[in-house]
Design a protein around this ligand. Sequence first.
Ligand code: NAP
Length: 167
Amino acid sequence: MQIIVNVSPQWGIGKEKALLVHIHADMRRFKALTTNNTIICGRKTLESFPNSSPLPNRTNIVLTHDRSFDANGSTVCHNLSELTSAIAGKDPDSVFVCGGEQIYRLLLPYCSKALVTQNDSDSPADRFFPNLNLLPNWTLTHVGEIMEEGPVRFRYLEYENNAVIGL
Ligand SMILES: NC(=O)c1ccc[n+]([C@@H]2O[C@H](COP(=O)([O-])OP(=O)(O)OC[C@H]3O[C@@H](n4cnc5c(N)ncnc54)[C@H](OP(=O)(O)O)[C@@H]3O)[C@@H](O)[C@H]2O)c1
C-alpha cells in the first residue's frame, strides 16, 4: 500500500474537519494517481468529501466501528481483518491510504511508500501526520522542486518504509 498526504511544515493535515490548504495541482495529482485504483479512508474523512460521498471512479473503502454505517456505495470495513480481506488480490501499489489522522497512524506501518505533498502554510492544525523524518524506518528518497499556486508554495516528497509489515 501507499500512503498519500498533504502536510504543513509542522505535519499538520487538517483543522475542524477540513483540509488546511486546497492546492488544485495537488488535487489533480491525487485524482490521477487514485482514479481506477483503491482508496482507504476513515469515516470522518469520507464525511468531508463532497456530499459525504465516495470519490468517483475508484474503489472507496471506509473504516468505521459503526456496524450500521451506510457509506453510500463504499466498501465498509470495521477492523484490520476486514480491510485485509477487502484488498486481498489487489496490486499493493494500486491501494492508497488517504486519511485522516487516525487512519494514517493505523496503517502507516503497512505502507511501503509515502507520497507527501509538503506545503508552506502556517495555518494551525488539529490533525497531524507522523513526522516521517523522526521515524527510523522511513527514508526520504525524493525531493521535488518547489512550486507555487497563489500564495502557497509546495513540493512533492517521497519516503520509503524499510520495515514494512504485511497486512
Ligand atoms: N491533508 C491531508 O492530506 C488529509 C487527508 C485526509 C484527511 N485529512 C483531514 O483529517 C481530518 C480527519 O482525520 P480524523 O483523524 O479526525 O478522522 P479519520 O481518520 O478520517 O476517521 C476517523 C474514524 O475512522 C474510524 N476508525 C478509526 N480507527 C478504526 C479502526 N481501527 N477500525 C475501524 N474504524 C476505525 C472511526 O470511525 P467511527 O467513529 O465511525 O467508528 C474514527 O472515528 C480532517 O480534518 C481531514 O480534512 C487531511
